[in-house]
Design a protein around this ligand. Structure first.
Ligand code: UDP
Ligand code: MG
Length: 325
């Protein structure tokens, strides 16, 4: 079998401080994998400039002119990490057999790539890079990040715990993924929806080598909110359940106010006011829930995601090879 072509896809936004340092690490990794005979010589390090306002694109252009293993594309303006990454992956899928996406700040251990490629060669189309611990994080970052994964899971989004956007994806996967037409992107929640065989490799995450994070608390919260609302209609279901719960409480409230009326421990007008209040709040909550159900359905329909993906066929070329057993 021919060695697979690997593209390392790296989104970069205002990274002039860190890029000159980390670009060498990526190059060394590609060269060492080629030398070991695991990947083809046509493999590349592909930077995606996400509309940077500093010298990032100049740096990428210079790198590409210097060394054939470097390559770059530039978005017309800043679109955010997830869009930049998707742009890079969609560009790469036509040119390679496997992609590995990674941030350009050197936080993720590039040595995990060897294991990722091995896992691909062993038959996986998706290999998640998972952080084995969060030692280098502050207590606050660790707490918020772990709560985020728990919340996502409880909301019915199938996200891999402690996995960000460091992962290997095959071009077979990406060709199917291209059919997911949604514009609100939360890639790590969408990857498990596609399917195919997947596995995880574990690595330690380091501190940023230089420059500053583009994900302050505000952006992290926005990402979490986007993640939940773009993958799950569970919040709508919760409103419906709340509606039913409030209806039951209201019913008890109505009985209570009538009983109080007959016992005579009320002022005039109290019972009727409470009855109307309880009745209407219950009805209102339930109605919002029902309307929400329809909005949820419209929302899922407008995504126009593929309804099924065929993973294998008996007449696939690779399946016709008679294996020695
Ligand atoms: N990034 C991007 N566009 C943006 C913001 C960030 O392409 O609008 C890139 C950034 O250059 C980096 C990656 O996304 O390679 C992750 O960003 P960062 O390291 O700042 O996030 P953190 O690791 O702190 O969560
Ligand atoms: Mg980072």
């Amino acid at each position: 079998m021919k060695n697979p072509i690997l593209y390392i896809v790296i989104p970069c936004y205002n990274e002039e401080e860190v890029l000159p340092i980390t670009c060498k690490m990526f190059l060394e990794k590609i060269e060492s994998l080629i030398k070991k005979g695991k990947i083809s010589d046509d493999s590349r390090v592909m930077f995606v400039n996400d509309g940077s306002k500093d010298k990032t694109w100049e740096i990428i252009k210079n790198l590409a002119a210097e060394n054939k293993y470097y390559k770059g594309i530039s978005l017309s303006r800043n679109r955010g990490h997830q869009n930049a990454l998707l742009g890079g992956l969609m560009e790469a899928k036509e040119l390679c057999d496997i992609t590995i996406s990674i941030d350009c700040d050197g936080q993720d251990d590039i040595n995990a790539m060897d294991e990722m490629v091995d896992a691909y060669l062993a038959g996986n189309d998706v290999v998640y890079g998972v952080r084995s611990s969060r030692k280098t994080d502050t207590f606050f970052k660790r707490f918020t990040a772990e709560s985020f994964y728990r919340l996502m899971n409880s909301m019915g989004c199938d996200v891999v715990f402690n996995h960000a956007d460091y992962r290997l994806l095959s071009s077979k996967f990406l060709k199917e993924f291209a059919e997911f037409k949604e514009v609100n992107l939360f890639l790590r929640g969408m990857v498990p929806l596609v399917g195919f065989s997947s596995t995880a490799v574990y690595y330690e995450r380091n501190e940023r080598i230089a420059g500053e994070s583009h994900y302050p608390l505000k952006k992290m919260l926005a990402l979490a909110f986007d993640g939940i609302t773009s993958l799950s209609v569970k919040p709508i279901r919760l409103i419906s359940s709340l509606g039913v719960f409030i209806m039951i409480i209201s019913f008890i409230g109505v009985i209570w106010s009538i009983v109080s009326y007959f016992i005579g421990s009320t002022v005039a007008g109290w019972s009727s006011t409470i009855c109307i209040l309880c009745f209407l709040s219950g009805i209102q909550m339930l109605s919002i829930g029902v309307i929400g159900e329809y909005i949820g359905k419209i929302y899922l329909e407008t995504k126009a995601r593929p309804r099924f993906i065929i993973g294998e066929r008996t007449d696939d070329k690779t399946n016709n090879i008679v294996k020695d057993i």
